[in-house]
Design a protein around this ligand. Structure first.
Ligand code: URA
Length: 239
């Protein structure tokens, strides 16, 4: 990696600013002054200091967002606002992407990272990572729906889902439920309810694996995951 990129990526200024810092002779690599912004650095092996302070290289970013309605779970789009547009430049320079998708009208927990391996682990169907949703349903949800979901239901395209755990929080003309599933088919929660003749009128993801949506995050807000949260989320760390 270029020296100016390393400094820029780690928050020491714009590419232009860090080039000036390097040319001024403020940066040492392995104890030797380095004035070439294009010098090649191995972030894992080389020790870089700026004015004597070590430059800590952060390669990965892990964010939890409370996705609001009205934005799409994509990195870019010519017409729609994306979850990446909600981040500041500081997070965007890590080039994070959403781990899986929530529909435009779905709120709640969305993990954003540039760690492709973790994303793969979380999304791999083989890993059965549980995802829990809170939903409001347009009619009464019954114990027979709970049993149907526990067996797995057949979606409109003939796909048979794995068992889901349905909990009725409040039954009535508009029921409130929580549903835990381990798959992530397109519109899965909405289509599971359609399979039992009901419609989701509000949907929010509240957890993914060990990670629970931080109640302090308003829709559209985000924060970095703690080290414990990242470790807990990573199925590779549990083997
Ligand atoms: N299931 C859905 O139907 N929509 C989502 O956004 C997530 C799960």
């Amino acid at each position: 990696m270029r020296l100016d990129k390393l400094l820029g990526n780690n928050g020491f200024g714009t590419r232009k600013e860090v080039k000036q810092l390097i040319r001024k002779g403020t940066v040492k690599v392995n104890g030797t002054l380095e004035k070439d912004p294009g010098a090649h650095i191995d972030p894992a092996a080389d020790e870089v200091t700026l004015l004597g302070e070590p430059v800590i290289h952060q390669e990965f970013i892990y964010l939890m967002m409370n996705k609001p309605q009205g934005v799409i779970s994509a990195t870019e789009d010519s017409r729609e606002r994306t979850v990446i547009d909600l981040l500041t430049e500081e997070e965007q320079r890590f080039e994070p992407f959403p781990v899986g998708r929530l529909d435009k009208d779905t709120e709640g927990l969305l993990v954003l990272t540039n760690d492709g391996k973790l994303a793969h682990e979380l999304l791999s169907p083989k890993k059965d990572v549980p995802k829990t949703y809170y939903a409001v349903i347009d009619q009464e949800v019954t114990e027979s729906d709970v049993s149907a979901f526990a067996e797995g239901v057949i979606l409109d395209d003939g796909f048979e889902t794995k068992p889901g755990i349905l909990r009725i929080l409040a039954a009535g003309d508009q029921s409130e439920i929580e549903l835990t599933i381990t798959e992530g088919k397109f519109h899965q929660v909405k289509r599971m309810f359609e399979a039992v003749g009901k419609n989701v009128v509000f949907l929010k993801r509240i957890s993914m694996g060990t990670l629970r949506l931080d109640a302090g995050l308003a829709p559209g807000a985000f924060r970095e995951l703690t080290e414990e949260e990242v470790t807990g989320l990573d199925p590779r760390k549990k083997d």
